[in-house]
Design a protein around this ligand. Sequence first.
Ligand SMILES: [Zn+2]
Ligand SMILES: [Zn+2]
Length: 322
Amino acid sequence: MMEDGSIPAENGTDRDGSALIFLGTGCSSAVPNAMCLIQKSDSPCHVCSQSLSIPPERNPNYRGNTSLLIDYCSSDGNHNYIQIDVGKTFREQVLRWFTLHNIPQVDSIILTHEHADAVLGLDDIRSVQPFSPTNDIDPTPIFVSQYAMDSLAVKFPYLVQKKLKEGQEVRRVAQLDWRVIEEDCEKPFVASGLLFTPLPVMHGEDYVCLGFLFGEKSRVAYISDVSRFLPSTEYVISKSGGGQLDLLILDTLYKTGSHNTHLCFPQTLETIKRLGPKRALLIGMTHEFDHHKDNEFLEEWSKREGISVKLAHDGLRVPIDL
Ligand SMILES: [Zn+2]
Ligand SMILES: [Zn+2]
């Protein structure tokens, strides 16, 4: 990103090699926070007010629901596009970032869990699929846990239903090929040619969410919703255990304090020190985070601790060898 916060135009034209594209880096309610804009205040929220004067493309404090697009370039030079999570802001993210980064399609989908900010855009998957009024297209593989699958069958029965009922009209809906994955670090799976290891983590003490480890040449872990690490998962992604990560993408909700279902900034930084990756990018932030200001703090922290840590931002493209 440029000093003024804009994203260089050539970002979208470099198509050699693999890259990670951060489609969203915000919390469930996204940033700006609507209340900060609709309620008058003597001391308006600086971060949210920016969205009224700076277009999202140049505003790193404008954050959609957490989502990552992996542009995977295999050894034959073919690009496959793997989308992690399809949240409430999916359509907006497609319009904004698929266009900027020349993403022509989604080849497979992986879901971390079935909360609204991870799945409520699934209806709009049809907008990135070929048009067929009779739904006669190749379905997009979608990888989910059994728990998420059961919940999605209730939320979106028409996306799960295989055959039309007697007398039911055909209506155009997203075509998905559901594949159930295990909540187990020992049970990897392949999506669009890339191997993924599920990383079960606690997202509140009553709920298991999945992160994912992927990449052969670079080890990348993506963990968007976590309040506590299970020892078996922590081992797989820690420098002292399964091996040092080249890049850790990690949840951080609030600047201070703690939260029952997410890590907040102090715990996120502690976790990074414990896991010891080469670098880390943070996602899932509320409006408490001010991109430039907090990245200045993190620059100092990174020097002191010897691990590069930054806040990611929507639209960020990170070239990486996978
Ligand atoms: Zn605000
Ligand atoms: Zn969640």
